[in-house]
Design a protein. Structure first.
Length: 385
């Protein structure tokens, strides 16, 4: 027998009714402050619709729950549109209110499905819509004094194929790959040692690994600049020991950029590896030794394949931010090492060529996504084999 009326829906009825009333009042309030007649009419109509649905909900009409869910879905889409057309605060408020209304009105049996709704909403607002805006801008012309002109062209992508920018992209990919490889070579033994350490020391070692996160990344990069400069401690120690006569050029080189990226991204490699190795059953290694395997064969045939998910996760977390880095190459590389992130930053903040910067951003995003998908597919095939 279907539930009807407030007595039949006890727990959720008052919540749905309250949200409809609040939504109706908010729409009417926003409509009263809107400058354009179109928005006043639309928002006022939504407020009236909420009032009608609230009255129908009190009466317990059979089709009202479905109408309320439809109203919630429309309210979310409408609120997202208002974020870009009218006001960020107004659109976000209406979207969140509509999402709460949908959660309150949906049958309890389907409520677990809504656990993905907040994450989906966040990705739609701060990723999908943002990427959509960048995609549209990438096909527009630059204004005479910066900004954009609503003339659709392909010249931004044609310019991105210039050998100069292709070379910068290749250099960025190379630096990111080297950074990922070095982080893996350094992070795997560290994570292995942490996982094999006595239980009373593991939390301490984990905290020591995360200590760099307690300091701003920019401050850490500036500290590394002090270490690498001509009168820094490294050159000072080498000259005091008589190993060199003149200071080495450690700063403003590609090696300095790679060192800075490894220094900044290494914890992102160690933590996934440690999480995988901590759950690893090391009795399998003992079984491999009993079957005649030495340390290298036990690692290659047992430990490495079973910890490959942690390797893939850590490599992804290191590679993606490294290929688009701009602070580290800007400070440690100077004008000698320019990565694609520096070019994008320059286009947006200095030249104010937003269309070309958007095109470069989308190309970089597509390349990183393609490389990540291939890497994960290859890694999954290795796990199967």
């Amino acid at each position: 027998m279907p539930e009807t009326g407030i007595p039949g829906r006890k727990g959720r009825s008052l919540g749905v009714l309250g949200l409809l009333v609040i939504s109706g009042l908010l729409n009417v309030f926003i409509a009263g402050g809107a400058a354009e007649p179109f928005w006043r009419a639309v928002l006022g109509g939504l407020g009236f619709l909420d009032a009608v649905l609230a009255a129908a909900w009190v009466l317990g009409l059979p089709a009202v729950p479905s109408l309320v869910l439809a109203r919630a879905a429309f309210g979310m889409a409408f609120g997202l549109g208002l974020m870009f057309a009218l006001s960020l605060g107004v659109g976000l408020s209406l979207s969140l209110l509509a999402m709460a209304l949908g959660i309150a009105a949906i049958p309890r049996g389907r409520l677990p499905l809504l656990l993905i709704l907040p994450g989906t909403f966040y990705l739609l607002v701060f990723f999908a819509f943002a990427v959509g805006i960048i995609a549209v801008i990438s096909f527009l012309k630059r204004g005479p004094y910066g900004g954009i002109r609503w003339i659709f062209v392909l010249e931004n992508y044609q310019r991105a194929l210039d050998p100069l920018y292709v070379q910068i992209v290749l250099i960025s990919l190379w630096i990111a790959l080297v950074t990922t490889g070095l982080c893996l070579l350094i992070g795997y033994p560290v994570a292995y040692a942490m996982a094999r350490a006595p239980a009373r020391w593991r939390n301490t070692l984990l905290i020591l690994t995360m200590i760099p996160f307690w300091t701003n990344f920019l401050v850490r990069t500036l500290a590394l600049m002090f270490v690498l400069r001509s009168d820094g401690p490294i050159n000072g120690l080498l000259m005091s020991a008589g190993l060199i006569r003149e200071p080495l050029s450690l700063l403003f080189t590609q090696s300095a950029v790679i060192l800075g990226l490894v220094y900044g991204e290494l914890p992102f490699m160690i933590l996934p590896l440690y999480a995988t190795l901590e759950r690893f059953d090391f009795s399998l290694v003992e079984a491999a030794h009993d079957l005649g395997a030495n340390e290298w064969h036990a690692f290659r045939r047992v430990i490495w394949p079973l910890t490959l998910p942690g390797v893939l996760a850590g490599s992804t977390l290191v590679f993606i931010p490294s290929v688009g880095a701009f602070i580290t190459p800007d400070l440690l590389g100077g004008a000698k090492t320019i990565m694609i992130g520096n070019v994008i930053q320059y286009q947006f903040l200095t030249v104010r060529h937003w269309p070309f910067g958007s095109a470069l951003s989308l190309i970089l995003m597509a390349m990183v996504l393609a490389a990540t998908m291939v890497y994960l597919r290859v890694g999954g095939r290795e796990r199967v084999l």
